[in-house]
Design a protein around this ligand. Structure first.
Ligand code: KG4
Ligand code: ZN
Length: 336
């Protein structure tokens, strides 16, 4: 049976075709990065309008690549939470219309849970129970995942998400948007030990995160206390060292918290998803930690780390249980 999945929670318009056996036949992503770059971040109204323009062409491409037509779709899946409400609404409205028009069920799934499920998709086998870490632009959270659909929050961020910190540090360093890949590139030429940036809650047993302190520490290390007229630093050793030291602090926190979560839960599998999990030094450090702890690491290829609609295949699990969305299902910006 074929599913059509839709994703419009932030600034990627995505559609995917997958089967009830979790085979992904196509996954198409139209990124809006160029539209938001000059503003240094995602502008919600621009994102919503771009979703309206991009969604149907993206759906067409997903169907064509899969070699099927709309008539072959037996269920429509959509991420309805969390995200920018105006952006989510485009995907939710389109999904309702398609399901109604085709006379097939609609299943609504949680985008953050989908990031963990991307690990299941990439693994091609069961990964549950596991500890799940979702690190994206909007969320940083550790879960105990007993099944694909029963996730218990072990700890979230008290302020900024990890990806948000990457994006803001990139802005401070004048590296452009989106910040994560730019900081990673810059950090490759720097010394991660040049600055000792704060690592919040590292040893106090809490599985919570805070990234606003490290972001401000980078700002002050870059410009001193008077940041009112600060301009980004020129390319060179200082900028690379700041990027590398910041990245090292974030990686250190994320890896240590994952280790603590594995030990606390007694689980031996770790699944990591969300845009920040595309970060190569983070992937390497998680790999090393898991090898040492005797845990199995599940981390998807880069295309399944950042936002996509294939991860809406979590809907297959709900569909199997007959958990369909009512016709008045809404977009829900908050997830807790
Ligand atoms: O999951 P995602 O695509 O969208 C959200 O649901 O937020 O994550 C986007 C975030 C952005 O903050 C971006 O800067 C970050 O993921 N990111 C990275 C890397 N690639 C993307 N952060 C660090 N290193 C990367 N290579
Ligand atoms: Zn995401």
């Amino acid at each position: 049976m074929y599913f059509l999945g839709l994703e419009t929670s932030c600034d990627e318009t995505a559609a995917a075709v997958f089967t009830d056996e979790l085979a992904v036949l196509s996954s198409v992503v139209a990124s809006q990065t160029d539209l938001h770059a000059r503003f240094g971040g995602v502008v919600p109204e621009i994102a919503s309008r771009a979703h309206v323009r991009n969604l149907l062409p993206v759906v067409d491409e997903a169907l064509n690549t899969a070699g099927i037509t709309l008539r072959d779709i037996g269920c429509v899946a959509v991420h309805n939470t969390p995200g920018l409400v105006g952006a989510l609404l485009i995907g939710v409205s389109a999904a309702k219309m398609l399901a109604l028009g085709l006379g097939v069920p609609l299943v609504a799934v949680n985008h953050v849970h989908g990031h963990v499920f991307a690990c299941r998709l990439a693994a091609g086998r069961d990964i549950f129970p596991c500890v799940g870490l979702v690190v994206s632009g909007g969320h940083t959270a550790l879960f105990r995942c007993d099944t694909a659909l029963s996730l218990t929050l072990l700890g979230g961020t008290r302020d900024d998400a990890a990806g948000e910190a990457f994006d803001k540090v990139a802005a401070v360093l004048g590296l452009g948007f989106p910040g994560g890949p730019a900081v990673e590139r810059e950090a490759a030429g720097g010394d991660p030990a040049a600055y000792r940036f704060p690592r919040a809650f590292l040893d106090d047993g809490r599985l919570e995160f805070s990234f606003s302190g490290v972001k401000t520490a980078v700002l002050y290390a870059c410009h001193g206390q008077d940041v009112s007229r600060a301009t980004p630093p020129p390319p060179g050793k200082k900028r690379a060292d700041l990027a590398a030291s910041f990245q090292a602090a974030v990686v250190d926190v994320l890896v240590t918290k994952c280790k603590q979560a594995l030990r606390k839960t007694g689980l031996t599998r770790l699944a990591v998803g969300g845009g920040v999990s595309a970060n190569r030094p983070l992937r390497a450090a998680l790999q090393a930690m898991c090898a040492k702890e005797g845990a199995e690491l599940f981390i998807p290829p880069l295309s399944l780390c950042t936002d996509n609609a294939a991860m809406a295949a979590l809907a297959v699990e709900k569909w199997k249980r007959g958990e369909f969305a009512p016709a008045d299902v809404d977009a829900e910006p908050n997830w807790l």
